[in-house]
Design a protein around this ligand. Sequence first.
Ligand code: GLV
Length: 395
Amino acid sequence: LSLSVPPPQCLLQPFAIPHRLLLGPGPSNVPARIVTAACQPMLGHLHPETIEIMDQIKSGIQYAFQTQNRMTLAVSGPGHAAMECAIFNSVEPGESVLIAVNGIWGERAAEIAQRIGAKVNTIVTSAGRFFTNIEIDQALAKYKPVLFFLTHGESSTGVLHPIDGIGELCHKYGCLFLVDSVAAFGGSPIYMDKQDIDILYTGSQKVLNAPPGTAPISFSERACHKIFNRKTKPVSYFLDLNWLASYWGCDGKPTRIYHHTGPVTALYSLREGLSILAEKGLEKSWKQHKDVAEYFHTGLENMGLKLFVKEKKARLPTVTTVVAPPGYEWKEITGFIMKNYNIEISGGLGPSVGMVLRVGLMGCNSNKDHVDMILEALSDALKHCHKSKVDKLFQ
Ligand code: GLV
């Protein structure tokens, strides 16, 4: 037989990646130290050195999440994989779950739970808002779920959700508390054990400044008890915690069993991202993100722009949502900034599409120089982008 598909011309050319400042909601820029870590020689995924790195990652996550949970590991995949890992393992078909929906991540969690045949109940609030503990208490009493899902940092709307007291409420009703902290983690305080969180996950590509593709996750003893006493097997083989526990050495057994071939070099970079966070210290990282975000918010308001989240304490320090300037086409603004400043910022997502611009300041990208750059770029964009005719009539 002869080949009928020739080698693609595009692959016969060298490829070049531009340098770009990534001030969108993620991925954020990867500092040289983490890039260098990922360029270390490839090892087998079960070689002793790789296992040692996995153990270091586990300790790094335990520090970063402030937890003693032995069931702590990194899923091979983005934050979405961790979301599926959490829900697939902790919920069986027919069980009642409660999902707090105040943006796209709650919507996604509800759909994932629906796909595995759970009885999905939601509490819903408009983009930019969060739930009170009274609202959550009432919904827990009404729906008697086995799991309550809450997004700590809603990157689609820019809301930082309060966490205090919710774990205790969940446990009062015999329910597990699952928190998505992909966007808030590292930029805002979270104490997994002290805040009674049963399952917590994040992603590598935001404050940790590692490339996308690994997702730290941790399960409390309470969560493990439910998961390891299921009547049915989780729908996903790849995300089955029985396998992952053994692969990550969380099951107390001396040998690790092959489950899948982990992303070895992505683990090097995750290790380095966690190492940078450990060297800096969590409290310093939280303060840095808060201070830089406040400096940014003041700059935006001084320019006459409005913040989408009204309540100051509910503003996510890692991803800021700015009300899309009236009369402008938001895509023209993001396009202008990309073309003229080589900076990525993004528009809305899910319920905030068309309503906001989103600016991420995460990890090494969270500094006042970047704030000054993006404020200048925004101000220039507002001068040069077109205001719609309708708006001009009213000027
Ligand atoms: C992704 O995490 C986003 O918020 O766009």
